[in-house]
Design a protein around this ligand. Sequence first.
Ligand code: UDX
Length: 455
Amino acid sequence: MAVIAKQCPHVKVTVVDLNSARIAAWNDPDTDNIPVYEPGLGDVVAEARGRNLFFSTDVDKAIDEAQMIFISVNTPTKTYGAGKGMGADLKWIELCARQIARVSKSDKIVVEKSTLPVRTAEALKDILQFTGSGVAFQVLSNPEFLAEGTAVQDLLMPDRVLVGGDSTPEGKAAIEALVEIYNNWIPRERILTTNVWSSELSKLVANAFLAQRISSINAISELCEKTEADVNEVSRAIGADSRIGPKFLKASVGFGGSCFQKDILNLVYISRTFGLTEVADYWEQVIIMNDHQKRRFAFNVVRNLYNTVSGKKIAFLGWAFKKDTNDTRESAAIYVADFLLNEQAEIKVYDPKVTEKQIYADLDYLESRPAADNRELVKVESDPYEACKNVHAIAVLTEWDEFKDYDWERIYDNMLKPAKIFDGRNLLDAEKLTDIGFIVQSIGAKSITRKTVPA
Ligand code: UDX
C-alpha cells in the first residue's frame, strides 16, 4: 500500500490495523523503526506518509471513507478442526468481511490481497451481500507476487500484476478501476485480467511451481553428495537451457517463508477435498522433500561431528528464512536448531536483523522442550565473531552477504579444531576456507578439506 501511495499521489491510502502498537510503529517519525525490515521501504514510507499515506486504528472510519478496500490479513494454516495442518484459516478474512458489510454506507470494491484458497471470493461475496445494508459490493482477487527482501523493487517493477473479477458489466468496471491504479506506473500489457477463480488459483500455483524447482534441485543435491557431481554445476548446466531458466535453482538447506509451504498445503488440501488423490500426492511431495532436506542437513552436522553433538557448541550464521529480511516464518534455521537441540547441542546464533526475542519465540512455538531450556541451550549473539568463538562447528543458515566478507582467519583461530563449516546456502568460498584450514561441507558437493593440517 505504501508503494501504491508513492506512485499515486492523487490516491489517499489509509492502512488500518487493530494493533495500536503496530500502527504507532508505522507512524514513528524515524522510519528505521517501522515494523518490517525491507530494503527501501523506509524511504517509500517517508515520502508518502502524511501526504496521501496514513496509518490508523480507526477501522470503521477508513472503511466508510474508502471506495476500494484491500483485505490483507493473514491466512495461516489451520491449527484445529477440519483441515488442521493443511487448509487456510479464514477466520480473519470473514471478520473483515463482516465489518466491511456492517460499516459500509456506499458501494465498495473489495480486493482480496491475502492469499486465499480458490473460491474464497464467493464466501466473501455471500457475507457482504447477506449482512450488508443493501449497498453493492464487487469482489476482486489481486494476489501479491512480491518476494521479501526485494519487495519494493518487485512492486515498482513487477513481471505482472494479476486482477481477477466478475465478467458482469459491474465486475468489469471494478477490474478497470483497479487496473487504472496500477497503470499509473505499470504498463498495461503487464496487468493481466482473469476471472476470480483463475486469479486465486494462479497465486497458489505460482508458489507451488517455484517451490517445486527448489525441491527438485535439493533432491538432486543429495544425489550429488553421493557422486562426484556438484549441484552448482548441475544448476548452471540445466539453467542455461532457456526452457528451464536459471532462477530458483539454488540448492539450499530448504525453503522457508510464509508462503511456499502454506500455499502448497492449501493446494494439496483443495485437491484432496475434490478427491484428486494423485494431484494432491504430487504436490505434497514438494513439502516432503523440503522437510527431508532440513532434516538431512541437521543429521549431517551430527554425523560429521563424530555422531554426537551432545554438549558441543554450534554457531548458526543466520536465522531469517532468506537474506535482507527479518522474517523468520518457516525458516529452515528453526527446524535445524530444533533437531540439534534434541541431540543436546548448544547453539549460538547470530543474525544481522532477527531479534533475540523472535528467535526464542520461534523455538518456543514448536513446544519441543520447556522455554527455559531454549534459553539455556541457545544463546543469541550480537557479534558474529562472538557467536563463532569456541564452537565445534559453524552452520550457515541464511545467505546474508556480510558472511562472505568476515575475517575467516580470525574465526578459524578462535574455533575448536577440527574447524568445520556446514554451508547450508553454498554461500562461502569453500576453496579459500579450506586453505585457511576449515573442513567445509556444502550442499550438493563432497566435503572438502586440505590434505595436510596447517601448523
Ligand atoms: C515467495 C515468492 O517468490 C513470491 O512471488 C510470493 O509472493 C511469496 O512467496 P518469498 O517467500 O518472500 O516469496 O521469498 P523467495 O525468494 O521466493 O524465497 C523463498 C524461500 O526459498 C527462501 O527460504 C529462499 O532462501 C528459498 N530459495 C529460493 C532457495 O532455497 N533456492 C532458490 O533458488 C530460491
